[in-house]
Structures are given as structure tokens and as C-alpha cells.
Design a protein around this ligand. Structure first.
Ligand code: NAD
Ligand code: GLY
Length: 361
């Protein structure tokens, strides 16, 4: 097992990464202060892992809430089912919430923990690659709104993150690829050496080689922990973690939540950001080709969705948490491994990028 730390003074917490962690009762129990627990999961993950986690909590007052599965259910209405269960079972302020599932469950459970009786502890047990390398770390919690993704939420840190790499064995290939997109993101933002490693090892990740996966998860979490430790509430450098997200969130909202997976949308979004950066003369087009090649080898999309035109993109992109004084700020690249947050791009070049990524046939 590898242990990393998210260093946030009194809100610091460990990230445990390894095989067999869902068989280690002490690891989980150490982070639960009182013996009141509610496990939040969904109808896909529950039959796979709920019994296993329940067994670790033998002797505790432990209940579970099983939510419907899908990005389209990441709503305030569905989140309310967590509050219903907590109140129906008379859970006190001493309760610990456990998020067992992917990023949807993690984001909703974290937000519910931030709200229940004005804040109770929660633990992340991420079971997708995407949630192990990104969403479980850093305390961003949220639900979607019909008009914008992750628009209702809070910064609220977990007590710990337990990433059992064995859970990835039951993940389907499309979901695995979606997680690989977030892994590649760290290389693009500020880790050229990691990007080069990924160029050489993408096949091993697709084949779920345990050593390659563990290394990629550790390096991704370390990258994210470093950034979060410097800027917990995204006043500055943390915004770089949103590379590809302004384009990608527009795709997710525009296409209807759940139709494009988050990692798929941000893969296309990152390529669009790279294309615009090259049009601005900030990076060579050869580097854009390298980025396209790595996404293609990961079997991630490299074109936008046909039904979305530039006007729709721009309208959806203007509902973004990085918008300041009505201006859309974008994370762009000054090269692979050097992301910047900027509004100094040319509007016509943005339109050219949007046109370039709209399929013609
Ligand atoms: P997800 O939670 O929808 O999980 C993907 C699918 O895999 C679901 O059908 C789920 O039931 C299933 N699943 C989960 N674990 C499984 C397992 N071990 N075996 C088989 N199936 C399993 O999606 P995701 O990709 O994990 O997360 C995407 C969400 O995360 C989005 O809502 C996105 O906005 C959010 N996100 C949040 C942050 C953050 O910082 N909070 C960062 C990135 C993404
Ligand atoms: N996934 C972006 C962030 O955590 O800031």
C-alpha cells in the first residue's frame, strides 16, 4: 500500500492506494470517530462491494442508501434521498458518511456530508479510475443543475481516501478510458515526464497492468495533492486542474448528462484547448498531434459532438465557474506540461477551434 497526504493543516488527510484495501478493517475504522455510519452507493456498485465494506464495520450502527446509477441522477432531488435515510434512521451529528462508488457518488455524498446538520465527516472509497485519480481527492463536492454541471456544491474535505485498485477489475473498458483521460490531464498540466511515460505505457494501462495502474494512480494523486495543498478553494493555481473542462462541461450539458462520459468530454476539451493554444502560437501544432495520438490510443474521442454548433458551445461555455466579469477564462497550454489560466486568447481563433472540432459528416 502507498500512502500520500493532502496537506491542508487541520483538514489534512491520507490517500491510501493499493490492492486488497477493502479487506483491511482497521484502515477504515481508524477514520471513523463514532460507531455511526451510513454508506452511500448505487445500484451497480452495491452488489459488487457493499457487503465487503459492511463486513469491515461489524458491530457499528451501519445503514446504507442505494441510489440510482448515472450522471443524470447527480441532482439535488436524488441527493435528498441521503437526507431522508439519515433522518428516518435518526442519525446524529456523530455519523460518518462513506461514499462507495465513482465520482457521481463521491461528489453527491461529499455535498450531503457538508450539509447534514451543517457538516459531518465523510470518507471516500472511490471505485472507478476517474474517482481514484481525481474526484475523491481535493474536496470538491457538487450536484448538477439542468443549466450547468456541478453548479451547486461546496468545498468539503474527506477524512481519508481509500483507493482499492482491485475494484478496477470490474470496471468496463469505456469507463477505464474515461479515467485515463484524467490521468493524461496531469501530464498535460505540469508533468511532461509523466506525459512521456504515458505515451510509452498507455497500452499497459488499457490492459490493466497492476503495476502501471498503481504508478499512474499514485503519480496523479500526488500531482493533485500538491496543487490542492497550495490552493484548496481554487483562487488561483487549482483552476489549472480544469484543463479541457470549459469545453468538456459544455459537451456534457449540451449532449444531456450521461451521454458523454466526463473523461470523454474533457479529452475532447483538452484537445480543443491545445488546438486553440497552437492557433495562438503558444505551442507547436506537432504537440497537438502528440496529444491527439495519445487520446486516440486510449480510445477517447478527438472530435466534438455533431449536434453541437459553435453558438451552442459558446452559450454553454459562458456558464462556467471560471467566468469573471462576463469573460470566459480558459485553461490553455504554453506547451505539454505547462498549463495557464487566461482570457488573453483571440475570440476569432476560439471560433476557429470550435468549427474545427465540429464533425462535417
Ligand atoms: P460514475 O460515478 O458515474 O461511475 C461510472 C460508472 O461506473 C457508473 O455506472 C458506476 O456505477 C460504475 N462503477 C463504479 N465503480 C465500479 C466498479 N468498480 N466496477 C464496475 N462499475 C463501477 O463516473 P466517474 O467517471 O467515476 O465520475 C464522474 C463524475 O465525477 C462526474 O460527475 C464528474 O463531474 C465528477 N468529477 C468530480 C471531480 C471532483 O474534483 N470532485 C473531478 C472529476 C470528476
Ligand atoms: N477536478 C478539478 C479539481 O478538483 O479542482
Amino acid at each position: 500500500m502507498k500512502t500520500l497526504e493532502v496537506s491542508l493543516a487541520e483538514r489534512s488527510y491520507p490517500i491510501y492506494i493499493g490492492s486488497g484495501l477493502l479487506s483491511q478493517a482497521a484502515l477504515l475504522r481508524t477514520h471513523i470517530k463514532r460507531k455511526e455510519v451510513i454508506i452511500v452507493t448505487n445500484e451497480t456498485v452495491a452488489p459488487l462491494y457493499l457487503d465487503k465494506v459492511n463486513k469491515l464495520l461489524d458491530g457499528y450502527q451501519c445503514e446504507s442508501v442505494i441510489l440510482p446509477d448515472g450522471e443524470e441522477f447527480k441532482t439535488l432531488e436524488v441527493m435528498n434521498k441521503i437526507f431522508d435515510a439519515l433522518l428516518e434512521k435518526h442519525f446524529s451529528r456523530q455519523v460518518t458518511l462513506i461514499a462507495l462508488g465513482g465520482g457521481v457518488i463521491g461528489d453527491m455524498t461529499g455535498f450531503a456530508a457538508a450539509c447534514y446538520q451543517r457538516g459531518v465527516p465523510f470518507i471516500q472509497i472511490p471505485t472507478t479510475l476517474l474517482s481514484q485519480v481525481d474526484s475523491s481527492v481535493g474536496g470538491k463536492t457538487a450536484v448538477n443543475h439542468a443549466l450547468g454541471k456541478n453548479m451547486i456544491g461546496a468545498f468539503y474535505q474527506p477524512q481519508c481516501v481509500i483507493a482499492d485498485t482491485d475494484t478496477l477489475n470490474t470496471l468496463d473498458d469505456r469507463q477505464l478510458a474515461s479515467g485515463i483521460a484524467e490521468v493524461i490531464k496531469y501530464g498535460l498540466i505540469n508533468d511532461l515526464t509523466f506525459f512521456e511515460w504515458l505515451e510509452n505505457n498507455i497500452q499497459l494501462l488499457k490492459e490493466r497492468d497492476p503495476h502501471a495502474l498503481s504508478y499512474a494512480i499514485e503519480r496523479s494523486c500526488q500531482n493533485k495533492a500538491n496543487i490542492v495543498a497550495q490552493d484548496e478553494t481554487e483562487q488561483d493555481i487549482r483552476a489549472l486542474l480544469n484543463l479541457g473542462h470549459t469545453f468538456g462541461h459544455a459537451i456534457e450539458t449540451g449532449m444531456g448528462y450521461g451521454n458523454w462520459l466526463h473523461g470523454e468530454a474533457i479529452a475532447t476539451g483538452m484537445l480543443m484547448a491545445a488546438d486553440l493554444s497552437a492557433r495562438m502560437g503558444w505551442m507547436p501544432f506537432d504537440e497537438v498531434k502528440r496529444i491527439k495520438a495519445i487520446f486516440e490510443s486510449a480510445e477517447l474521442p478527438v472530435m466534438g459532438p455533431k449536434p453541437m454548433n459553435s453558438e451552442q458551445f459558446l452559450s454553454l461555455m459562458s456558464v462556467d465557474k471560471k467566468v469573471q466579469d462576463g469573460v470566459i477564462r480558459l485553461v490553455l497550454l504554453k506547451g505539454i506540461g505547462e498549463a495557464v489560466l487566461t482570457d488573453a486568447y483571440d475570440q476569432q481563433k476560439l471560433l476557429d477551434t470550435l468549427a474545427e472540432f465540429q464533425p462535417t459528416e
